[in-house]
Design a protein around this ligand. Structure first.
Ligand code: PHE
Length: 356
């Protein structure tokens, strides 16, 4: 029995891994293990012999079993120590620099404009970029033969062969959202609608896709004077300085009377500065909503009236942040985006001055 003990206690101490331990367990105390076989021999012994050998064999079995368990735990500890020694992390090392994306000037300016109009009680409305010609044209008092349709360089979608319905268009302005909003909310209403618009045009100040913000305010006595105040209030907040405006009589089929609005600027030194000098720059179209447009939107023109305007967001961004070429807005050039982009935490607020 001493031989058995020495043999297994030594082998267990020397076992290199769990598999070796398991093998030893089977050999010693498994069903056909050496210790187990010895225990079977107890039956053939005399009672006196058995009284000595029985407890001794049991003690041996227990000793081997606990040696196995102790070695198993030691092996696991050693494995963990080995892992800890190789898989370590120096949390005091400086972090690797990662490029952070930036907010596009168009997104930034859209947020700024939205914040200013929200402060004046305008809610944000949206509409689809692919429009029916009813919403984009007819409802806005631009009938089929009207020259404005041709002037707008409209993109048309294809109809299936033999489908004679008028094709859908990529909206040429955000004005169709006026109609959609009137239908949805009725009057009184005060909304702005920022979004993409499309016209087939391409040069330094025109891209086939650009951005507008539509404004619409209807009430029982909303007037041109309210329009002027709202716009002047807007420009002053947006540019952070008193900005003179010039209302020029103009014509849009969907407003009567209509005005194009210029803002005061200077071109001295080759760069444009808003709010000084004696040049003017056109930034928006506006007017009193035409009675036919109110009717198309399901509103009684004898009860309600109001103003609408459409501002070019891209133009505003160029003016405020000194960006010379509109086309660069949509080139996705990372160097340009890093230069003109905004930090993502630079949320525009009125109290923060709306800019960096
Ligand atoms: N929809 C016009 C344009 O795109 C702008 C505008 C909007 C004019 C609302 C008057 C009223 O040019």
């Amino acid at each position: 029995m001493d031989d058995l003990r020495n043999k297994y206690i030594e082998a267990i101490a020397a076992a290199a891994d769990e598999a070796a331990l398991e093998e030893l367990r089977v050999q010693a105390v498994g069903k056909k293990g050496e210790v187990s076989l010895k225990m079977r021999e107890l039956g053939k012994m005399t009672p006196e012999e058995r009284q000595v050998a029985g407890p001794a064999l049991n003690a041996l079995k227990n000793e081997i079993t606990s040696a196995l368990a102790a070695k198993k735990a030691a092996l696991a500890d050693a494995a963990l120590d080995a892992r800890l020694a190789t898989e370590w992390l120096d949390v005091t090392l400086p972090a690797r620099n990662r490029r952070v994306g930036s907010i596009h000037p168009i997104s930034q300016v859209t947020e700024e404009v939205t914040a200013i109009f929200a402060d004046m009680g305008f809610a944000v409305a949206e509409g689809p970029q692919i429009e029916t010609d009813w919403y984009n044209f007819d409802a806005l008092n631009i009938p089929g033969h009207h020259p404005a349709r041709a002037e707008m360089d409209t993109f048309y979608t294809h109809r299936a062969e033999g489908d004679e319905r008028p094709p859908h268009v990529l909206r040429t302005h955000t004005s169709p959202v006026q109609i959609r909003s009137m239908e949805k909310t009725g009057a009184p209403i005060r909304i702005i609608c920022p979004g993409r618009v499309y016209r087939a045009d391409y040069d330094q100040t025109h891209t086939p896709m650009f951005h507008q913000i539509e404004g619409l305010a209807l009430g029982r006595d909303v007037s041109m004077a309210n329009l002027k105040w709202v716009l002047e209030e807007f420009f002053t907040a947006f540019f952070g300085t008193e900005v003179k405006t010039r209302f020029r009589a103009s014509h849009f089929p969907f407003t009567e009377p209509s005005a194009e609005v210029d803002i005061q600027c200077s071109w001295e030194g080759g760069t444009v500065k808003v709010g000084e000098g004696d040049d003017w720059l056109e930034v928006l179209g506006s007017g009193m909503v035409h009675p036919k447009v109110l009717e198309a939107g399901g509103i009684d023109p004898n009860e309600y009236q109001g103003f609408a305007f459409g501002i070019g967001i891209d133009r505003l961004a160029m003016l405020k942040y000194g960006i010379p070429d509109l086309r660069a807005f949509f080139d996705s050039d990372l160097r340009w985006l890093r230069h003109y982009g905004f930090a993502s935490l630079d949320q525009p607020t009125l109290h923060g001055g709306l800019s960096r």
